[in-house]
Design a protein around this ligand. Structure first.
Ligand code: UD1
Length: 421
């Protein structure tokens, strides 16, 4: 198993290109199941999660070709010969559940394994099920699999999500594109990845309005066509790398970054004493002074502070002047990085969903373990600011969501390498 070794060595300088969004790509890929014609995605990120989704779509009979070194995904679902999403693939990645809505809409049936327990929380599927049932699906849980059918096809309906779940919004919108009549989805999630999905579905001929707001209206059509669509910029990768010059000093330009993808996060960086400005090619980030101010953070659904940047922000707060309170409101168990940061000398007290971080003058390098995808990058960031050597193990978590992570950090002057253990 590989590890990443980081030696904190001061200010960073240079540029980091930001890839297409993992989370957008993982919902755009299953959209291929809705049409017999080809769907091509450009600006795709090169990640193991994308390979997992390719394998899942392939197991259903779709063809997925990875072109141009993985940046282009050419997909075709002209023949689907299987409607069972097997546990062996689904268990690797919760986003596998995004095949449920499209398969149900196209084939009238789908059997999808429940994703099972995930390290960051329970993450059930009840909101997906309620919304698809509102569209006329009949769904039963048998032996760990959701058996869904809509023998007479799906029918448009008015449905309000009890919580603005990203995945439930995506599954419902995809299913409703081929339903009979109009669907009005209330309390829909507003994330940029959902806007990107809707823009792609519209290119495929779907009739949808209201993306980016809490009410999305979908007028069902008989069939969807093919399309070519560029994946939106990864705002979480962007925010993660924005924290590199914030924690290590220096000045870094994030190519492709825009403030409007991360407004709540940029406001917090500003309060912490970090300058963020837009350039022609992206965003430039630098500290205003050596001192980082402590700021309080509460994770919320978009447009609030993203839960997927909480661990990385905690790394920054470990080095800030004063006490910051980080409240996690989206996932119940998302502070597993805290004990690892404590191994590096951080002072963190976790009580339920609230972490109180008292900044220290200097973090110290240590052997630490990545516990999930975003936690892994928070440990690399902490390593950039630490004295001595930090060794992050279980880096397969990083590979799920950050392409060329070592090269990107090294490209701005970080001393970082990947080693086989
Ligand atoms: C997506 C993102 C993930 C991000 C999350 C929140 C993808 C592939 N993943 O995950 O990176 O952290 O949004 O921004 O896009 N919930 C239920 N019942 C359900 C569905 C969800 O209770 O049926 C709960 C979950 O347990 C969790 C919360 O709702 O506590 C948020 O989940 P959701 O918005 O659905 O996140 P995902 O789509 O899984």
């Amino acid at each position: 198993m590989d590890s990443i070794v980081i030696k904190g060595n001061g200010p960073l300088k240079g540029q980091i290109p930001i890839a297409g969004a993992k989370n957008a790509c993982l919902t755009l890929m299953p959209a291929t199941l809705l049409s017999e014609e080809p769907l091509t995605l450009t600006n795709a990120p090169r990640l193991s999660d994308i390979k997992t989704m390719s394998a899942l779509l392939g197991s259903l009979g779709a063809e997925v070709s990875s072109l141009q070194d993985g940046k282009v995904l050419a997909m075709s679902s002209h023949k689907l010969d299987n409607h069972v999403a097997d546990y062996e693939i689904v268990r690797k990645m919760r986003a596998s559940n995004l095949v449920l809505g499209p398969m149900l809409a196209r084939l009238g049936r789908a059997v999808v394994s429940l994703p099972g327990g995930c390290a960051i929380g329970a993450r059930p599927m009840d909101l997906h099920i309620e919304a698809l049932e509102a569209l006329g699906a009949e769904i039963e849980l048998k032996e760990g699999y959701l058996h869904a059918k809509a023998p007479k096809g799906l029918k448009g309906a008015v449905h309000e999500l009890r919580f603005a779940s990203v995945g439930a919004t995506e599954n419902t919108v995809m299913a409703a594109t081929l339903a009979k009549g109009t669907t009005v989805l209330k309390n829909a999630a507003r994330e940029p990845e959902i806007v990107d999905l809707v823009q792609c579905l519209r290119k495929m001929g779907a009739q949808i309005e209201g993306e980016g707001t809490s009410t999305i209206t979908i007028q069902g059509v008989d069939r969807l066509s093919g399309a070519t669509h560029p994946v939106v910029t990864d705002r979480i990768e962007l925010g993660s790398y924005m924290l590199a010059p914030a924690i290590a000093g220096g000045e870094v330009e994030l190519l492709g970054g825009r403030i409007n993808l991360l407004e709540a996060f940029c406001e917090k960086l500003d309060s912490a004493g970090i300058n963020v400005s837009e350039t022609e090619n992206g965003l430039v980030v630098a500290r205003r002074a050596d001192l980082i101010h402590s700021v309080d953070v509460t994770t919320e659904v978009y447009p609030g502070f993203p839960t997927d940047l909480q661990a990385q922000m905690m790394a920054l707060m470990c080095t800030a002047d004063g006490v910051s309170v980080l409240e996690e409101k989206i996932f119940e168990n998302r502070f597993m990085h805290a004990p690892e940061l404590i191994r590096m000398g951080a002072q963190i007290d976790v009580q339920g969903g609230v972490a109180t971080v008292t900044g220290v003058k200097q973090l110290k390098g240590a052997r630490v373990m990545a516990t999930d995808l975003r936690a892994s990058v928070s440990l690399i960031l902490a390593g950039l600011a630490a004295e001595g050597e930090t060794v992050v193990s279980r880096v397969y978590h990083v590979d799920r969501g950050y392409e060329h992570v070592v090269a990107k950090f090294a490209g701005v002057g970080a001393q970082i390498e990947r080693v086989k253990e």
